[in-house]
Every structure is written in C-alpha cells, then in structure tokens.
Design a binder for this molecule. Structure first.
Ligand code: NAP
Length: 525
C-alpha cells in the first residue's frame, strides 16, 4: 500500500494543517517517508460528531454482526502481514519474529472477542420476575445487562505497535462492546498505524457499517489527545504509556462536567520475591529465568521485573549469578529515542541514590538508541528509606534488594505501590512465609505468579492484566482477555417492559440461548 501520511476520518482522509512529522528508524536514525500530517482541534469536532452518529446504529448491531466485523478486521490484517512486518521493523527496531508474533496476537484477540459475542452470555443478563401479589408493595419486573457506553478514544501504545495500538486489545474490546473507536496514533510508528488503519477501514466498508465507527488521527497528545478526552461525545478512554501521560488524561476526564472513565495502564516494577528455600534449592535456575525475563524485548514490557527481593543467605552468590548472566546479554536498540533516553536517565538517577551499588551495567555502544542490561543492588533499609527506589526504569534494568529476614521481605512487599504482577519463588519449606507474603501481595497486584516470571501475558479468559494504581488507573478490570469488554459498557435495567420491547438477550423465551440469572438462579440456556 502507498502510505499517504494522513488520518482516517470516516470515509475521508485528513488534510492535516497542525504540523508535520516523520517516523524515524531507531537503528539508523534515518527519517522515513511519508510525512505525517497532524490534525488540529477542528478535526476532533468532526470526528466526534461522526462517532456519535455512528453509535446510534452500531449499538444496535447483534453479537453476530459485530463478530463478523471483528473477524473481517482480523482477516484484513492477516492479508497485509508482509507489509506490516517491513514497516514495523523499520519504525520500531523490533525483530521480524516479534512483529509476526504480535500480528498473530492482535488477530487472535479480535477473534477471541468475536467468539465471545457469538456465544453471547457476556452481557450478564439478569431477570427478576414481577410479583404483583407481594405485600406490602407489588414487586416490579426488573431485567438488566451490560450495554455500550458510547464513542471511545484509544491511545496507541509505543511498546505494542499492533497488539495495543490501532486494532489492539482496547480497540477490539470497545468495538465488541458496541462502541465506535477513535484512535490517537503514536508518533513512533505512524506507518504501521496507517497500514492497520486501512485494514480496519476496509472492514468497515465490507461490513456496511456507518463511517464513524472507526477513525485514526495523527497529531499531538497535548492538543488533539486532550481535546478528544474533553469532547462530550466521548464516553471512555483506553491508554497505555507513561504515568504522567495517563495521569494527565485521568485529570482531564475527571474535570469534565460529565466525568468519564480512563482505562490507563501506566507504570509497574513487577517485584519478584525469592524465598529462602527456593534460593537454596535452585538459585542458579531462578537467576537464569529472571535474566531472560528482564532482558526480553530490551525490557520494554509493562510486566518487566524491575525489583528482585531475596534473603541474606546465599544472596551474594545469587546476585553474582544474576549480574554475570545479565552482563552476557548484548545491548539492543529500543523502540524510539524518547524511550532510550528516559531509560538511560532513569538508570543514572537510580545509581546516584544513597545505598545503591552497580552489580552489572552493560554499556550500549551500538546504535544511538541502544540499551544494555543493568543490575543494581541495595539493602532493605536503604529501599524503605527512599521510596523513589521503587520507580520504574522502563527497560532491561532491575534493583536487587537484600532483605535480611522474612519480616524485612514482608516490609518491602507492604511498601510497594500497585503492580500488574507479583511473583514468588518458594518451596514447601517456605510455606509459612509464603502465605503471609501472598496475603500482602494480593492487595498490591492484579496477577500473582508462582515459581515463574512476569513477562509473557497469556491472552485467555482467566487472565488479569490490571492492578491498583499506578499500575493502572482502576484495578477493578483487565486490559487483556475477554473481561476487558466491560470497561466500555454500563449496566442498564428495563423495568416492567413488554417482552417485544426488551433487548433480545432479556426476552422471556431466551431466543439466543444464553446463560442468564433468572430469579436469583443461574440458568444455562
Ligand atoms: P507517553 O509519553 O505517555 O505517550 C503515550 C501517548 O499518550 C502518546 O500518544 C502521547 O501523545 C499521549 N500523551 C502523553 N502525555 C499526554 C498528555 N499530557 N496529554 C495528552 N496526551 C498525552 O508514553 P510513550 O511515548 O509510550 O513512552 C514514554 C515513557 O512511558 C517510556 O519511556 C516509559 O517510561 C513509559 N511507558 C510505560 C509503559 C508501561 O506499560 N509501563 C508502556 C509504554 C511506555 P504525544 O506522543 O503526541 O505526546
């Protein structure tokens, strides 16, 4: 496809006018064609109007119809895999294998939501029949289920150019819910976004859906991003990125006359605890697995393990093993200049803190945006004295904390902010401290991992990719897996409605054969 460098605004392409930008190859520093034209705030008005108009029709589409749409998007993306790989590798420095894997995950997610819609029970239909004879007052007939909230804005993630960008998890779950989606492209991979945007647009046309169901805008977060979140037609936001960016959008959304939810995934250090029995039994093996997880994808995962906590016994051998394995990993190019410079800045800042020692620091000589693994060490006292030691260093860096005894380990766990994951390595002999530690960590993290590593998020029904702030803005949901759909819905109750005026999911005869709760009991179909 010939890239045009313009936004998708319904059936039309944007004309820009609010600045120009190009993608940059992070390895060579070469600027890539074409020029991307940024839209201004007047375009936001037009796009939001289109989305609001589309919502009137799209919200009434059946699960089957929305499933066909999601499957068509996946098919259209599959059809342009080669183009995606060429452009994505040039824009992001991600290797071909990762690009193909992420394409596979993106299409899998779309099809998973299609399956969910076809089965239909996700709406959580609940029916309470009327009881006109109830004393002292008759009971009304009440029926409720999840309904779409309205147009959603999705901010593309820099670290998942496909799976959390134009047609990624946030977009798939919002469309599945019945919400039109307006995507704000990330400036670091605009060409990849355009190829995927064109695929979604073809699916909109093939499925005969209203033009405003999908838009993709190029432009600055601080202008059009903010304007989108302020616009009254917009009813929900999905975001993956920095803590400051997510916080700014949450504040904007909360300050609206009608506040809306911002589902932001921001910052986590994903602590890994190694209990004494596990360290004694398989310290070397844990060191190897940990370093693999730390350096995977140059550490550019929200689940990267940024803290490693172990007891004193055997700690110096363990730290030596982690450091020497990390030192063997070759540096690699990061996604873009901003991420590389903030990584080096964060590591520099951490190394100057009182009580922090450098155990391994791989200097990156190849390519100006390259980064090497860094292993730092500190004591539990120093860590608990300076809370900024728990800050995210987004990249392949970790801080090892020597926690003298079990109480010290529990103290570290208690001091932590909200996390996406928390991992514990244990054996039978660690049982008692394990139970106490997990009780603390369950309050801190969305996913608890036993004898494993946090990177690698399985896309499945049981997954939770969320957690208390600042891991996410709202720890009551997940951005990975089918449950993510309810982030773009709200509950509606129909009271005393005639059967033929009810949504089909709530009609007495259960024409879709879905699982429902009727008069307090689960009825399978
Ligand atoms: P970012 O700077 O937060 O940007 C993400 C998106 O939000 C961009 O589209 C950006 O638009 C927009 N944005 C940022 N600040 C905004 C504001 N105040 N108002 C409105 N929109 C705003 O994240 P990034 O570019 O992906 O990476 C920067 C840093 O974020 C990384 O170095 C890393 O520390 C962190 N990060 C963390 C994770 C994680 O999962 N934990 C993932 C990715 C990044 P513009 O680009 O147009 O400003």
């Amino acid at each position: 496809m010939d890239l045009q460098g313009t936004s998708f605004i319904g059936a039309a392409r944007g004309t820009g006018g609010a600045g120009e930008d190009r993608a940059v190859n992070p390895v060579s520093g070469e600027e890539l064609d074409p020029v991307y034209h940024a839209e201004g705030e007047e375009t936001v008005e037009a796009v939001c109007r289109l989305a609001a108009a589309a919502f009137v029709e799209f919200r009434e589409k059946s699960g089957e119809e929305k499933a066909v749409f999601l499957r068509t998007i996946a098919d259209e993306i599959d059809a342009v895999e080669e183009e995606i790989v060429v452009r994505m590798t040039a824009e992001t420095a991600l290797p071909e294998g990762r690009c193909r894997m992420e394409k596979g995950r993106t299409c899998f997610q779309l099809r998973l939501f299609a399956d969910l819609l076809e089965e239909g029970s996700w709406v959580d239909a609940r029916i309470d029949h009327a009881d006109p004879d109830r004393a002292p007052v008759p009971k009304p007939d009440c029926r409720s289920m999840w309904r779409p909230v309205g147009p959603a804005v999705v901010f593309c993630a820099s670290n998942f150019p496909l799976a959390y960008s134009v047609a990624g998890g946030d977009t798939a779950s919002a469309l599945a819910a019945g919400c039109p989606v307006i995507v704000k492209a990330h400036g670091s991979h605009p060409g990849t976004a355009e190829i995927v945007g064109a695929a979604v647009r073809r699916a909109v046309v093939k499925c005969g859906l209203p033009d405003g169901v999908f838009a993709l805008l190029y432009g600055s977060g601080r202008t059009i991003g903010q304007a989108l979140v302020k616009h009254p037609a917009v009813q929900a936001v999905g975001f993956t990125g920095s803590r400051s960016g997510g916080r700014a959008l949450m504040d904007t959304a909360a300050a609206r006359p009608e506040p809306i939810p911002v589902w932001a995934e921001m910052s986590a250090v994903n602590p890994v605890f190694v209990l004494p029995g596990a360290l004694k039994e398989r310290g070397e093996q844990i060191a190897e697995g940990f370093v693999g997880s730390l350096t995977l994808g140059v550490g550019q995962f929200c689940t990267n393990p940024g803290l490693l906590i172990s007891g004193s016994e055997g700690r110096s051998e363990f730290a030596g093993e982690v450091a020497s394995l990390a030192a063997e990993i070759a540096p690699a190019t990061m996604l873009h200049e901003g991420i590389a410079s903030s990584y080096h800045g964060a590591v520099d800042a951490m190394t100057t803190k009182k009580g922090v020692e450098v155990l391994a620091r791989v200097e990156a000589e190849v390519g100006k945006n390259a980064a090497g693994a860094v292993v730092l060490g500190t004591s539990v006292d120093a860590f608990l004295t300076d809370q900024s030691m728990a800050d995210e260093m987004f990249g392949p860096a970790t801080l090892m904390i020597e926690a003298g005894d079990e109480e010290a380990m529990l103290g570290v766990a208690e001091s932590l902010e909200g996390q996406l994951t928390a991992t514990v390595h244990a054996t039978g002999e660690d049982r008692e401290v394990f139970a106490r530690l997990i009780a603390v960590l369950e309050r801190k993290a969305g996913r608890l991992i036993y004898n494993g590593y946090p990177t690698g998020v399985e896309v499945c029904h049981g997954m939770v990719h969320g957690g208390p702030a600042p891991a996410t803005s709202d720890g009551r949901s997940t951005s990975v897996g089918p449950r993510a759909i309810t982030r773009f819905t709200r509950l509606v109750c129909w009271q005393d409605f005639p059967d033929d005026l009810l949504p089909v999911e709530l009609q007495e005869g259960n024409p879709l054969g879905i699982s429902r709760i009727v008069d307090g009991s689960r009825i399978e179909s």
